[in-house]
Design a protein around this ligand. Structure first.
Ligand code: PEP
Ligand code: MG
Length: 850
C-alpha cells in the first residue's frame, strides 16, 4: 500500500448547526433513514448557518442550495443535506456561500438558510451529516443531546483502509468455437437472462460475438441487442483470471439451449380446463354473483417523473433503493409462480429481475444521473432507450420483449414516485378483465361502476377475492388466458357462482340472466328487510353475524346493513398503500372510529398480519424461500415488537375512550407465541393504566387448532381463519390459480380441524367465531352451525344472506350433517351431503349480488 493512500484512522466531524442530535433512522425519508445515501447523524437545527464540519474541498454544491458534498482532507466524502424534500423549494430560502472546487476549513460558513420559511414548506428541517463512502466506515459514534455548531463534535468515524483497486484481469484469454444457437426464437429475454446471469459468476470480462457485432455477455440488454436468431453462430470470448472456465461453461450452456425447453410454451397456455361452449371462459369463484356488463381491460398508465434531481449521490441512492425493492417484488412474484406451476411466467419475471441488474441499462441511467437527472428521469431514459432499440430490431420476439422492459421500467418508476399507476376511473357498467390485480388495485374499485372482475391469476381465497366480496363485486379468478384477448366493450355475462364468463351472449341468454338477476334481487330485498334482526336457527340457537372490515369507513356501512359487530378488522389495510407506518395517534383515531360505529357491540381488531403475500414497502423483510411459511403475522411482530407495541397502545387508548375493542393475534402456532404477544399487551396496558381488553387467537394454523384446549386456557376467544387454515391443512397455496378449485374449506380435514378447535374452546367455555371465507359460503353455514360455532363474521354485503341461511337452519339437523361431513372422504362428498341436506330442508343456494 503506498504512503499516499494512508488516511487518518479517525474522522472527526464538528456539528454543522446548533441543535439536537437525532438518530438517522428517525428522519422521515427512507433514503436517509435506511442509510442508503450514507451513514451518519441528523440534527434538529436551532441555528441557520450551515458550517463545514471539517476541512476539505467542496466537490458538489447543489444548485438549489440545500445540500453539498465535501471531500474531507484524507479523501472521505461527507454530505450535508438541509431538511427533507427541500429540493422542491428550488433554492428558495437558501443561500450558498461556496462553490464546487472551493477549499474550506472546519467551521467555515457554507450555506445560510431561512429556517422558518424552510420549516413551513418542507417535510422536515432535520439536517443530515453523512459519510457517503460507506465502505470506508469501520465504526461510527455520535453524541446525544444538544450540540453547538463549529465547536462540538457531531460524528466520530473510525475509518477503514480504502479497498485495494480491483485486481487487474490477469490470467489469460479464451475463445469458444462457433456455437450454433438452438433456441427456436433465438436469444430473447429468457435465454439471454440465463446467459447473462451465468456470465456474471465469472471474474473475467466476457463478450458474445455474432459476426462483426459484439456484446457484453453479462448484460441481458446487450445480448438481446445482438438480435441472435435460431441457427445463428456465436462465439464466446473471455479475458481474465477464469477465462477458460467461463468460455467452457457458457459454451456448454448455449449449446444446451440456455435452459429453454425444446419449443417455448405458447404464452396463452390455459390454466383452467376449457368449457364445452367456446364462448364461455371458466374460472374459480372469487366473489359470488351474476353480472351483465361490457368488457374493459385493466391497463397500466404512464408515470410522470421530475426531470431534475437532488444531485447524483442522492439520486443514485434513490435509484439503487428502488431497484432493490423492485427486485424483492419480482422475487415474490417469481416464487408464487415458480416450479411446475407456471414455470414460463416465473422465468419471465426472472428475466425482469435480471434487467434490474443489467450493466448497460444501469450505465445509461448513470450517465443521465451524472448530468443531474432525477433517479426517475434517468431510469425512464434508459428503459425508453432500450425498449426503443428492441422495437426497432427486425425480430418479432425481441420486439415483443420491449414490453418487458417497459413493464419492469414502470415497476421501478412506481416505486420511485409512489405513483398509483393504475387507472382508477373505469367505464360505468364494465366488467374488469386483468392478468392479475393487487390488493391495492382492488381496494380502489368502485362497485357502482365496476360490475365484475375476472383475473387470470389469483384464487378463491386470495386477498383480491376477499376485497371483491367486501365490495359486493362478483369476481372470477384463475380464468383462462384468452380472457386477455377479449376486446374492450364486448358484452359479457359473468356468472361467478358457476365459474363462467360468457362472451358474445345471445339476446335470449342476456334476457335469461336478467330474469335471474331480478329473482336474486327480490331474494336480496327480502333478506335485507330482515337483516337488522338477530339470527336464530329454527330451534332457537343464536348465531351472531358480524362483519369483516379493513378500514374505519367500512364500519358504519357494516352496522347499517345489520352486522352485529366487527368479527374481524384486518388492520393491515391501515398500513398498506403508504410510505410509512401509521402513527399511534392515527391508529387510535381509526380504532376509535370503528368502535363508535358499534357503540353496543364489540369490534375485534386483528393486529397487523403481514408477510406471505402482503408486504409493506417501509418494512424491510429478508427474502424468504417460502414467505407463507416464514415471518408472517405474529411471528413477524414478535421480531419487531416496536410495531406491535405501538399498535397495542393505540388499541388500548381507543378502548379507554369507550370502545368495546377486542384484540386478536394472527398466525399463532402455539401457546408460547400467544403468551409472548399477550405479555406485551398486558405490559402496555399496565403502563397506560388501563384494563386490558379481551384477547383472542386466530385459529388458522393446524397446530393451533389441534392445541385448542391449551390456547383456550389463556385466550378469551377463538376466531377461525378458514382461508389460511385450509391452505395450511391441505398444503395448497390459497393464491395458486391451478389449485384454486381444490382449496376448499369444506374439505373434511378442515372441518375436523374446526371441530377440534371448538372442542378445545369449550373446555374453557370460550366462544368461537369463524371469520374466514367459509363463514360467507352459504353451503358452509349449516356445517359451521352444526360444528357449534357461535359467530360468523363475513364481508358486509354478505351479512343479510348469511343471517337468512342461519334462520333456515335447524341446529340439531346441522349437527348431524356436520357429523357426517367430518366422516366424509373429500370436499366434493361434503358438498354433496350439504346439497342433500338442503334438498330436504330447502336452502336457497347462491348469495348473488343484485
Ligand atoms: C383467514 O386466514 O381465514 C383470515 C381470516 O385471515 P386472512 O384472510 O386475512 O389471511
Ligand atoms: Mg389468515
Amino acid at each position: 500500500m503506498s504512503a499516499t493512500r494512508q488516511l487518518p484512522p479517525i474522522l472527526r466531524l464538528l456539528a454543522p448547526l446548533d441543535g439536537r442530535i437525532v438518530p438517522l433512522e428517525k428522519v422521515p425519508d427512507p433514503v436517509f433513514a435506511q442509510r442508503i445515501v450514507g451513514d451518519g447523524v441528523s440534527i434538529d437545527p436551532t441555528s441557520s448557518t450551515l458550517l463545514a464540519p471539517c476541512g476539505g474541498e467542496v466537490v458538489h454544491a447543489h444548485a438549489s442550495g440545500h445540500a453539498l458534498t465535501l471531500r474531507a482532507d484524507g479523501g472521505v466524502e461527507v454530505m450535508l443535506h438541509i431538511g427533507v424534500d427541500t429540493v422542491q423549494l428550488k433554492g428558495e430560502g437558501f443561500r450558498l456561500k461556496v462553490r464546487a472546487g472551493d477549499r474550506v476549513s472546519a467551521g467555515q460558513a457554507l450555506i445560510e438558510f431561512d429556517a422558518d420559511a424552510v420549516a413551513r414548506r418542507a417535510k422536515s428541517l432535520l439536517t443530515q451529516l453523512l459519510v457517503t463512502d460507506v465502505e470506508r466506515i469501520a465504526s461510527l459514534t455520535h453524541p446525544s443531546g444538544s450540540v453547538k455548531a463549529g465547536t462540538d463534535l457531531a460524528l466520530e468515524v473510525t475509518l477503514r483502509e480504502p479497498a485495494a483497486a480491483e485486481a487487474p484481469a490477469a490470467g489469460g484469454s479464451a475463445s469458444s468455437d462457433a456455437l450454433v444457437v438452438p433456441n427456436p426464437t433465438g436469444l430473447h429475454a429468457r435465454p439471454a437472462s440465463v446467459l447473462a446471469h451465468a456470465a456474471k459468476r465469472f471474474h473475467s470480462a466476457v463478450q458474445l460475438r455474432r459476426g462483426e457485432a459484439s456484446a457484453n455477455a453479462k448484460s441481458l440488454v446487450a445480448i438481446m441487442s445482438l438480435n441472435v436468431k435460431q441457427g445463428d453462430k456465436v462465439v464466446v470470448v473471455a479475458e481474465g483470471p477464469d477465462a477458460h472456465e467461463a468460455v467452457e461453461e457458457l459454451a456448454r450452456l448455449i449449446l444446451a439451449g440456455l435452459e429453454e425447453k425444446e419449443a417455448p410454451a405458447p404464452a396463452s397456455q390455459p390454466v383452467h380446463p376449457r368449457s364445452e361452449d367456446p364462448r364461455a371462459l371458466s374460472g374459480v369463484t372469487a366473489s359470488p354473483g351474476l353480472s351483465i356488463g361490457a368488457s374493459f381491460q385493466f391497463r397500466r398508465v404512464e408515470v410522470h417523473v421530475a426531470e431534475a434531481g437532488e444531485g447524483a449521490p442522492v439520486e443514485r441512492a434513490r435509484l439503487a433503493h428502488a431497484l432493490e425493492r423492485a427486485k424483492a417484488e419480482l422475487e415474490t412474484l417469481q416464487t408464487r409462480l415458480s416450479a411446475e406451476r407456471d414455470a414460463n411466467k416465473a422465468a419471465i419475471f426472472g428475466a425482469h429481475r435480471e434487467l434490474l441488474d443489467d450493466p448497460e441499462l444501469l450505465e445509461i441511467a448513470e450517465t443521465a444521473l451524472a448530468k443531474g437527472a432525477s433517479a426517475g428521469a434517468a431510469w425512464q431514459c434508459s428503459c425508453r432507450d432500450f425498449a426503443g432499440r428492441l422495437s426497432r430490431l427486425n425480430n418479432d420476439v425481441l420486439a415483443g420483449r420491449a414490453v418487458d422492459v417497459k413493464d419492469v421500467g414502470l415497476r421501478v418508476l412506481r416505486i420511485l414516485t409512489g405513483a398509483p399507476v393504475e387507472q382508477r376511473e373505469f367505464p360505468a357498467g364494465c366488467i374488469l378483465l386483468a392478468e392479475d390485480l393487487t390488493p391495492s388495485d382492488t381496494a380502489g374499485l368502485d362497485p357502482a361502476r365496476v360490475l365484475g372482475v375476472c383475473t387470470v391469476g389469483g384464487g378463491g381465497t386470495s386477498h383480491v377475492a376477499i376485497l371483491c366480496r367486501s365490495l359486493g363485486i362478483p369476481a372470477l379468478a384463475a380464468v383462462e388466458l384468452k380472457l386477455l384477448a377479449v376486446p374492450d366493450g364486448a358484452p359479457l355475462i359473468l356468472d361467478a357462482d358457476k365459474g363462467t364468463l360468457l362472451t358474445a351472449p345471445t339476446p335470449a341468454e342476456t334476457e335469461a340472466a336478467r330474469v335471474r338477476q331480478a329473482g336474486a334481487r327480490r331474494r336480496r330485498e327480502a333478506e335485507l328487510s330482515a337483516s337488522r334482526d338477530e339470527a336464530r336457527t329454527k330451534d332457537g340457537r343464536r348465531i351472531r353475524v358480524e362483519a369483516n372490515i379493513g378500514k374505519a369507513a367500512e364500519a358504519a356501512d357494516a352496522a347499517r346493513i345489520g352486522a352485529e359487530g366487527v368479527g374481524l378488522c384486518r388492520s393491515e389495510f391501515l398500513f398498506l398503500e403508504r410510505e410509512t407506518a401509521p402513527s399511534e395517534d392515527e391508529q387510535t383515531a381509526a380504532y376509535a372510529a370503528m368502535a363508535k360505529a358499534f357503540p353496543a357491540a364489540s369490534v375485534v381488531v386483528r393486529v397487523l398480519d403481514v408477510g406471505g403475500d402482503k408486504v409493506l414497502p417501509y418494512l424491510a423483510m429478508a427474502q424468504e424461500e417460502n414467505p407463507f411459511l416464514g415471518e408472517r403475522g405474529i411471528r413477524l411482530l414478535l421480531e419487531r415488537p416496536e410495531i406491535l407495541r405501538t399498535q397495542l397502545r393505540a388499541l388500548l387508548r381507543a378502548a379507554r375512550e369507550g370502545g368495546r375493542l377486542k384484540v386478536l393475534f394472527p398466525m399463532v402456532a402455539d401457546l408460547d407465541e400467544f403468551r409472548s404477544a399477550k405479555a406485551l399487551l398486558l405490559e402496555e396496558a399496565r403502563r397506560l393504566g388501563v384494563e386490558p381488553p379481551p384477547v383472542g387467537v386466530m385459529i388458522e394454523v393446524p397446530s393451533a387448532a389441534l392445541l385448542g384446549a391449551h390456547l383456550a386456557r389463556e385466550a378469551d376467544f377463538f376466531s377461525v381463519g378458514t382461508n389460511d387454515l385450509t391452505q395450511y391443512t391441505l398444503a395448497m397455496d390459497r393464491g395458486n390459480p391451478k389449485l384454486a378449485a381444490r382449496v376448499d374449506a369444506l374439505h373434511p380435514s378442515v372441518l375436523l380441524m374446526i371441530r377440534q378447535a371448538v372442542e378445545g374452546a369449550r373446555t374453557h367455555k370460550r366462544p368461537v367465531g369463524v371469520c374466514g371465507g367459509a363463514a360467507g359460503d352459504l353451503q358452509a353455514v349449516p356445517l359451521l352451525v352444526g360444528l357449534d360455532v357461535d359467530e360468523l363474521s363475513v364481508s358486509a354485503p354478505a351479512v343479510p344472506a348469511v343471517k337468512a341461511a342461519v334462520r333456515r337452519a335447524d341446529h340439531a339437523a346441522c349437527r348431524e350433517l356436520a357429523r357426517r361431513a367430518c366422516a366424509a372422504a373429500s370436499a366434493a362428498e361434503v358438498r354433496a351431503l350439504v346439497a342433500e341436506h338442503e334438498a330436504q330442508s330447502p336452502v336457497a343456494a347462491g348469495g348473488e349480488a343484485a
